[in-house]
Design a protein around this ligand. Structure first.
Ligand code: BYC
Length: 336
């Protein structure tokens, strides 16, 4: 699987706090042994609520993420590209489904989570608030956005919460395929006519920095926020810090850009022999925080579309509920 070669002795969850709260001995033992916590196991309340937050935001990102690409289904340049794009957008809906189901195992209701999204009480990834201006944006999203998603999500396949970890295995396999198709679509453009090459370069220029922002704020230093990383790592939910994953993404992506014959829009990007990594320029975190606050180029449009889709889908949910009730009643009557 693309990007699936993480192994570092430093990624094991840290030791349990001392003293361990009574009733949570098994939780800390399982986390310490790199095992999986299951829905009926005792767990700290902040572990549960932080997982609900992260899994729900992840699920929301998957379904909002259908919009920027969905806009190009009717404009794909060939039947083959259209069929691939439709399948990819459907996959994103499926990822949302697995993730909402994983969140529900923590005792929350899917309708409640969607309400939190629709009323702005829960976030979704900043990346989906940027417009898809040309067909090259679709290849670029597959290459960079799905590429960044995989780097962030492969370690989550080993997250301490079983239902989330298992959902991520399938999500990552599908994201690997998405990343490859994006690279292939972009390669076709970058090796096409001069105008197609220019279109590919323009898309990469616009998506590069927002893709780096997907990994979240710095973990330390002047731009760091008091985020969730330290706790999440102690719980074995996050295995790597935001900055470590971002660095890994940069290191993987630079040679791919070379293969594409495209330039990454960062004059400070260069190999640092002593670090064994690429150095790169400073991210504009003010832009990230503005987008997260709802002030990105497409936030209002994305939310309006999402609320409308939810309202227009009410009859489907009602029909499914009525059918489930009827089937259950028939089963009860049959058993009696
Ligand atoms: N956008 O302490 P931090 C996909 C928030 S789906 C918006 O680092 P954490 C794909 C963060 O939520 C992409 N908000 O938090 C889909 C927190 O605010 P709250 C989504 C962001 O949770 C379809 C605050 O900033 N991927 O890729 O430890 C097609 C402090 O941050 C962002 C996932 O959801 C952002 N970029 O780490 C193609 C993966 N960054 O919650 C692709 C699972 C940070 O306190 N999630 N914030 O209000 C994660 O791995 C982690 O939640 C994050 C953030 C790395 C995203």
């Amino acid at each position: 699987m693309y990007g699936n070669d993480f192994a570092s002795p430093s990624d094991a969850p840290s030791a349990s706090p001392e003293p361990v709260e009574p009733g949570l001995e098994d939780f800390w033992r399982i986390v310490g042994e790199d095992g999986r916590i299951e829905p009926r196991d005792a767990m700290p309340e902040d572990y549960r609520s932080s997982l609900v937050r992260q899994i729900a935001q992840h699920a929301h990102s998957e379904i909002i993420g259908m919009q920027p690409e969905g806009e190009w289904i009717s404009r794909a340049p060939s039947l083959r590209r259209k069929a691939i794009l439709m399948a990819k957008v459907q996959d994103e809906a499926g990822h949302g489904l697995y993730l909402y189901a994983a969140a529900e195992t923590l005792g929350v209701d899917r309708a409640e989570l969607l309400d939190m999204l629709h009323t702005g009480r829960q976030k979704y990834s900043s990346i989906f608030n940027y417009p898809t201006l040309t067909w090259a944006d679709i290849g670029t999203i597959g290459w960079l956005v799905d590429g960044a998603a995989i780097v962030n999500q492969v370690p989550l396949c080993r997250c301490s919460y079983g239902p989330y970890a298992r959902a991520m295995v399938r999500v990552c396999k599908e994201e690997s395929f998405h990343q490859r198709q994006g690279f292939e679509a972009l390669y076709t453009l970058s090796h096409g006519t001069p105008q197609q090459h220019e279109m590919a370069q323009d898309a990469v220029d616009r998506w590069w920095w927002p893709s780096l922002m997907m990994f979240g704020p710095h973990d330390s230093g002047p731009h760091a926020t008091a985020g969730h990383t330290a706790k999440s790592m102690a719980w074995g939910v996050k295995r790597f810090s935001n900055d470590d994953l971002r660095q890994r993404f940069v290191d993987m992506t630079v040679p791919q850009a070379e293969a594409l014959g495209l330039t990454l829009p960062d004059p400070d990007l260069r190999w640092n022999e002593s670090r064994g990594h690429y150095d790169f320029g400073e991210i504009d975190f003010n832009e990230l925080f503005e987008v997260i606050k709802g002030n990105g180029p497409c936030n209002a449009e994305r939310m309006a579309n999402r609320r409308r889709a939810h309202e227009e889908g009410a009859w489907v949910r009602e029909a499914a509920t009525a059918y489930a009730e009827k089937t259950a009643a028939r089963r009860t009557a049959g058993a009696a």
